[in-house]
Ligand binder design. Sequence first.
Ligand SMILES: Cc1cc2nc3c(=O)[nH]c(=O)nc-3n(C[C@H](O)[C@H](O)[C@H](O)COP(=O)(O)OP(=O)(O)OC[C@H]3O[C@@H](n4cnc5c(N)ncnc54)[C@H](O)[C@@H]3O)c2cc1C
Ligand SMILES: NC(=O)c1ccc[n+]([C@@H]2O[C@H](COP(=O)([O-])OP(=O)(O)OC[C@H]3O[C@@H](n4cnc5c(N)ncnc54)[C@H](O)[C@@H]3O)[C@@H](O)[C@H]2O)c1
Length: 466
Amino acid sequence: MTTEAPTAPDETVDVVVIGTGPGGEDAAARLARAGLDVVAVEARLVGGECPYYGCIPTKMMVRASDALAEARRVPALAGRADVEPDWAPVARRIRDEATTGWDDTAAVERLEAAGGRLVRGRGRLVGPGEVVVETADGARRLRASRAVVLNPGTEPAVPPIDGLAGTPFWTNREAVEAVAAPASLTVLGGGAIGCELAQVFARFGTAVEVVEAADRLLLADEPEASDLVAARFAAEGIGVRTGARAQQVTHDGSGFTVHLADGTQLVSERLLVAAGRRTDLASLGVASVGLDAGARTITVDDRLRAADGVWAVGDATGHGAFTHVSMYQARIAVADILGTGDERADYRAVPHVTFTDPEVGAVGLTEAAARDAGLSVRTGTTDLASSSRGFVHGPGNEGLIKLVEDADAGVLVGATAAGPAGGEILAVLTLAVQARVPVTELQHMIYAYPTFHRAIETALADLADG
Ligand SMILES: Cc1cc2nc3c(=O)[nH]c(=O)nc-3n(C[C@H](O)[C@H](O)[C@H](O)COP(=O)(O)OP(=O)(O)OC[C@H]3O[C@@H](n4cnc5c(N)ncnc54)[C@H](O)[C@@H]3O)c2cc1C
Ligand SMILES: NC(=O)c1ccc[n+]([C@@H]2O[C@H](COP(=O)([O-])OP(=O)(O)OC[C@H]3O[C@@H](n4cnc5c(N)ncnc54)[C@H](O)[C@@H]3O)[C@@H](O)[C@H]2O)c1
């Protein structure tokens, strides 16, 4: 609810940070530690989506479901293991260790220890340097004399499917709060959230069907990585319907029915909507500082400046919806606000890892994106399972490394490492893309035997073969 905004500021401070996702929280603390008077405005929980509903609790789920999968591989490797999945330890770890019962006291104390203050409420810009916060006690007006930092993050997007609104569907938030694995689950969306959570619940015994509108899972990744994940999903009994359109959703006492355009009806106890994210820029009042309230993202320059006296960081800037991007941007914005550095944001080597099994790590451009950018592209690929380490590893060894070279420049502009430890293999490839290490240099270095990352050498040989 929006109450009438006070016309005079209740308080003038140096910086107001609206939204404390990982980037906003980090920026507020850094600016406060630098001696500025900082107020952070947060409508929900300090720390944002990542610690309470995103990265951390979902990776605890993944850790647990990976443990089950590894235990199920014991018969092929080491004897007998009776596996009886139980969601209770997962729910307990998420509640007690990850989120402390979805309580942000520790984060608020961290902010205050840095010298910042929190105003709990929903903030909106009402003009340059002017912020109104709707708190439980009414509206407060703050004036920021030096900077406003916007870090509003995203909310789950809910597609306009007939009947969906108003049903008790899950988003990532309810999935993270689950106290039991459902008997059956339909997942709408086969992106990062949909794939990670589909596999987690399936490994706990849930019958899972993934409905993806596009023609493959993990659309942002190389098609070879999508195929790998789809093959594993099939092997684990996870239903995947690509190119599928949900026309209608109904819900009754026994659960959900998703009606697909081809006439299929998917019946399940739960429905998870993981169909992308949205940011409501209009309610953030960005038009009052000259920004487009109807845009999907806040346009920022390479110092994260969005308008005079306004900086923006995080998912809302559209440079990759990842915690590491939000925090990277925060560091640069803070240096710009303080005038202590001239670092410019550079997104050539943004890594991301989707924590499915096989884990899919990727950095920079896909082959298709590199071709679209007009580069003269060479690629090199190798199968991880047939590497020495893959052979030793046995069950669960599926994976690949794919390298994308700008052949004119002789450097990698993108890479994918999918498979066991795909996200860890990615580190060296991220360095190669970031530092523009010549491919000839990569070809002449020594890769430890028998590691998974040694397969990079084989992919480089494939690249050289054209
Ligand atoms: C299920 C899931 C899993 C994920 N896993 C990973 C992962 O493994 N690795 C990874 O790097 N990323 C992951 N992400 C993405 C990651 O969570 C985000 O990129 C990260 O949280 C950074 O977001 P942000 O800084 O833009 O803000 P957010 O974390 O979205 O936080 C924004 C904050 O701003 C607040 N806010 C918004 N508007 C206002 C307002 N007007 N006034 C006051 N407060 C406001 C919100 O309440 C929120 O607390 C995952 C996301 C999800 C949903
Ligand atoms: N491990 C990680 O780093 C990680 C994990 C989870 C989320 N995230 C971040 O959070 C973001 C959001 O994740 P997400 O999975 O919600 O979004 P996403 O954009 O990655 O995937 C959404 C998918 O839903 C599909 N879709 C959209 N509407 C649909 C419909 N009506 N029916 C069927 N399919 C539909 C899209 O085609 C797309 O493939 C990710 O892009 C990522 O940046 C990161």
